[in-house]
Ligand binder design. Structure first.
Ligand code: S3P
Length: 441
């Protein structure tokens, strides 16, 4: 279904951030493994997360929705996961599938992992290789992709592993397998990636040791630890809030407050990059949830200037490059993104999808191997293009945000994937004053 975003002059209002996708997956997974009943509130009810809930239920946990964003999960505890009698279907979710490969690895069961066309094209070797070192066997499709059948085992070997890519999914997969391995599993990442698994594992009663060695981050977990049910309030998602923030920054009349957002240095790269480009970002402490700090953040119209995005910010803004590209297109001057080759293996090839999104809307942009270079339009993005989203939710949302401040409307070929991560996106944007309509311009 096509959607079109028509230009507006004001983006204003106050909203509560939707639940964080990463934390929502982890709350269902850890709740499903723990002994006892966990109560989760603020869960993101996006398709990706709901699939993880269905998978945990297929593996023996009791997963029940008790209200809006409120879920009750009774974990398998010491009786362990059972062999599922259905395929484990992760839909579009790299996070759900990669984390669950690590979970299933530690139990003597066999499970078939499947997903949609986009997920079935994404590399799983990055988690299958270390899991194989730990002792699992698998049969995967060509190129180590889904569909695949994984055979876990109860005598998994602990490993010491240095992932070749900065990836929280890989780190988390190995830590979750390590929870059921014999000995101490150690992951050494050359640059820290989002650390929600470490924080939430601790919240569920596991001991997880972390240490820094310069920019490197070392995480260790001893096998054979049991998890205990918890009450978890899922913090607001800084990746989803980035769309609202960007809409305010590029608007001539922008003033948006997003409440209850997670503040975590492994996730705030977009906000730091936007500040480097001249945005004013306000933050007020409002407590904590799920081992994370919570803040209310405010955003307003800004005179944005292009910038060279520091490479060391890349892991902490890995999902935000499509929306950063919209800021870059709106800004004056040149923005350079490099060191972001991981974008090629996200829900779409996000480097080429971003470049096309800007180009069809009249923005001068150059594609590079590991990023892109944008010539800013100094507040006057021409617009008028139809963006191919390649079934990528973040391309779809970025293009619609761009349309709010372009000279002509911006259309997208398909809005359905937005439901994977931010089902309330259209409602939230409309509440702030965006003019979004189904159909072509
Ligand atoms: C995630 C990790 C990131 C991110 C994804 C969520 C997670 O992926 O892109 O949206 O919850 O661990 P990578 O680990 O592949 O960078």
């Amino acid at each position: 279904m096509m959607w079109t975003s028509h230009p507006v002059t004001k983006i204003t209002g106050t909203l509560r951030a939707p639940g964080d996708k990463s934390c929502s997956h982890r709350a269902l997974i850890l709740g499903g493994l723990a002994a006892g009943t966990s109560e989760i509130s603020g869960l993101l009810e996006g398709e990706d997360v709901l699939n993880t809930g269905r998978v945990m239920a297929a593996l023996g946990a009791e997963v029940e929705r008790v209200g809006e964003g409120a879920w009750r999960v009774t974990g398998v505890g010491s009786s362990g996961l059972k062999t599922p009698n259905v395929d484990l279907d992760f839909g579009n979710s790299g996070t759900g599938s990669r984390l669950m490969l690590g979970v299933v690895a530690g139990y003597p069961i066999e499970a078939r992992f499947v997903g949609d066309a986009s997920l079935s094209g994404r590399p799983m070797g990055r988690v299958l290789d270390p899991l194989e070192q730990m002792g699992v066997t698998y049969e995967a499709s060509e190129g180590k992709t889904l569909p695949l059948v994984l055979s876990g085992r109860s005598d998994l070997r602990a490993i010491q592993y240095e992932p070749p890519h900065a990836s929280a999914q890989v780190k988390s997969c190995i830590l979750l397998a390590g929870l059921n391995a014999e000995g101490e599993t150690v992951v050494r990442e050359s640059r820290i990636t989002r650390d929600h698994s470490e924080r939430m594992l601790r919240g569920f009663g596991a001991e997880v040791a972390t240490a820094r060695d310069g920019a490197a981050n070392i995480v260790s977990i001893r096998g054979g630890q049991n998890l205990t049910a918890q009450e978890t309030l899922v913090p607001g998602d800084p990746s989803s809030a980035a769309f609202l923030a960007a809409a305010a920054m590029i608007s001539t009349g922008g003033g948006v407050v997003v409440e209850g957002m997670m503040s975590n240095e492994t996730r705030d790269g977009f906000y730091r990059a936007a500040s480097l480009m001249g945005a004013h970002v306000g933050a007020e402490d409002v407590g904590d949830a799920a081992g994370e700090r919570l803040i209310d953040m405010s955003f307003e119209s800004a005179d944005l200037r292009g910038a060279e995005i520091p490479v060391d910010l890349v892991p902490s803004m890995i999902d935000e490059f499509p929306i950063l590209a919209v800021l870059a297109a709106h800004a004056s001057g040149v923005t350079v993104v490099k060191g972001a080759e991981e974008l090629r293996v996200k829900e779409s090839d996000r480097i080429s999808a971003v470049v096309n999104m800007l180009r069809v809307n009249g923005v001068d942009v150059e594609e590079t191997k590991d990023g892109f270079i944008v010539q800013g339009c100094d507040g006057a993005i021409p617009g008028g293009g139809l963006v191919e989203t390649h079934h990528d939710h973040r391309i779809a949302m970025s293009a619609l945000v761009m349309g709010t401040a372009s000279q002509k409307p911006v259309s997208i070929d398909d809005a359905s994937m937005i439901a994977t991560s931010y089902p309330d996106f259209m409602d939230h944007m409309q509440a702030l004053g965006a003019d979004l309509r189904s159909g072509p311009a």
